[in-house]
Every structure is written in structure tokens, then in C-alpha cells.
Design a protein around this ligand. Structure first.
Ligand SMILES: N[C@@H](CCC(=O)N[C@@H](CS)C(=O)NCC(=O)O)C(=O)O
Length: 214
């Protein structure tokens, strides 16, 4: 399998964690987002959205959208499961993951930050404030959803990592890059630490990717 991604892409990071948790080997194909390689015709032929990740299987079958890819991997390689058995619990885990993947991440994406800077003329400080504002808005909801629900354990749901952790960890790493104050989010910080103690999460981190930059 080939994973078209970028070391700093949190959507690609989610897929890397899932592949590692499933113990599936893959080849990294780096799409340099800051050099806009995602907009080149050869990549658009693979993913017309011009976003990473794209997962290409050995027979040429392609998958896009990180959460869809993670759920696909979970369906064809069921062990270890990334979603719980009960429908209500699966809905909870998907909801936690979607707070990150649908409500925080898209408005902090590179193309949005570039629009703020280049089209609307905002400076670096304003863009940093925007970035952290939307992480705060999402984390302020995630924290009580995690802290007040007895289904939360060492991880977002119980004591094994799953889809919600896969979405959460890259977002916490991004928050660290923008120096977001995490003291208001002790449950998120605890779950993050528990995830990072596991090799599949640590190995998927940006600094451990072959295309990493300083
Ligand atoms: N919903 C998509 C989001 C993909 C996405 O936004 N990827 C970012 C990197 S994390 C990207 O390719 N950005 C390029 C750009 O903004 O130009 C997914 O989960 O796969």
C-alpha cells in the first residue's frame, strides 16, 4: 500500500496511526503541502480534492478521506477493533472523532490559513489566534464529553485506543505547535499521554516520518 501524505498533515497522521495499530505495512509518498504539490495534476488525478491523505492499495484501488479510510481498514482488518461493539457506543466514538475531524480541523486547514493570510491580509498573530480559537472551541466541548462519561477510560472510549483517539492525538499535536494552553483540558491531556506511550501512535508522529523537516 502507498500512503500519499505529508509529515505534518493531521489527516494523514490519523491514517498512519490506524495502519500502525493494525500492523499493516505501507510506503510513504510525500506530497509537500507547503510547495502545493497537492495541486499538481498528477496528484489531482489521484485525489481531485487536492487534499491528503490518499491510500492506494497494491491493486491500484484508491481511498480518500481519513475517517472513511480508517473505517475501511477496520472493516477489512477487524483486529484490533477501532470501534466498539454496540451501536450507541459506536455513535459516541464517531461523534468524538467528528468534533475534531469535521468541526475543528477543516477551518484550520492550510488552504484556509492561506486564504486568511494571502486573500484577506491577516498577519501571523491573527492567524495564530484564529487557529487556537477553533481548537479551544472544540476542546471545550470534548473535555466534558470525555470527563463526565463513565465510558471514558484510559482512552476516549474504554481502555483500548480507537477511532476517537486516532482523531484526537493529531489535533493535540497541532495544538502544541501553536502553543495552545492545555490546562483547561486535563482529560484530553491524560488520554493524549496514554496514546503517546503506545508505539503505533508515537511512530505515526510528524517527527518520525521520512519526509519530516526541522
Ligand atoms: N476531511 C479530509 C481533510 C483532508 C485535509 O484537509 N488534508 C490537509 C492536510 S491535514 C490538506 O491536504 N491540506 C492541503 C491544503 O489545505 O491545501 C480528511 O479527513 O482526509
Amino acid at each position: 500500500m502507498k500512503l500519499y501524505g505529508y509529515f505534518r498533515s493531521s489527516a494523514a497522521f490519523r491514517v498512519r496511526i490506524a495502519l500502525n495499530l493494525k500492523n499493516l505495512s505501507y510506503e510513504t509518498v510525500s506530497i509537500h503541502l507547503r510547495r502545493s504539490e497537492q495541486a499538481r495534476p498528477e496528484y489531482l488525478a489521484r485525489n481531485p480534492q487536492g487534499l491528503v491523505p490518499t491510500l492506494e492499495e497494491d491493486d491500484g484501488h484508491r481511498l480518500i478521506q481519513s475517517l472513511a479510510i480508517v473505517e475501511y481498514l477496520d472493516e477489512i482488518h477487524p483486529a484490533p477493533p477501532l470501534l466498539p461493539a454496540g451501536a450507541a457506543d459506536r455513535a459516541r466514538v464517531r461523534a468524538l472523532a467528528e468534533i475534531v475531524a469535521c468541526d475543528i480541523h477543516p477551518i484550520n486547514n492550510l488552504r484556509v490559513l492561506r486564504y486568511l493570510a494571502h486573500t484577506l491580509g491577516h498577519d501571523e498573530a491573527a492567524i495564530g489566534a484564529w487557529y487556537n480559537h477553533w481548537i479551544d472551541a472544540g476542546f471545550a466541548a470534548l473535555e466534558p464529553l470525555l470527563a463526565m462519561d463513565p465510558r471514558t477510560g484510559r482512552f476516549c472510549h474504554g481502555d483500548t485506543p480507537g477511532l476517537a483517539d486516532i482523531a484526537l492525538v493529531p489535533q493535540v499535536v497541532n495544538a502544541g505547535r501553536y502553543r495552545l494552553e492545555m490546562t483547561a483540558y486535563p482529560t484530553i491531556a491524560r488520554i493524549f499521554a496514554n496514546c503517546m506511550a503506545l508505539a503505533p501512535f508515537a511512530a505515526a508522529c510528524p517527527e518520525n516520518q521520512p519526509d519530516r523537516e526541522a
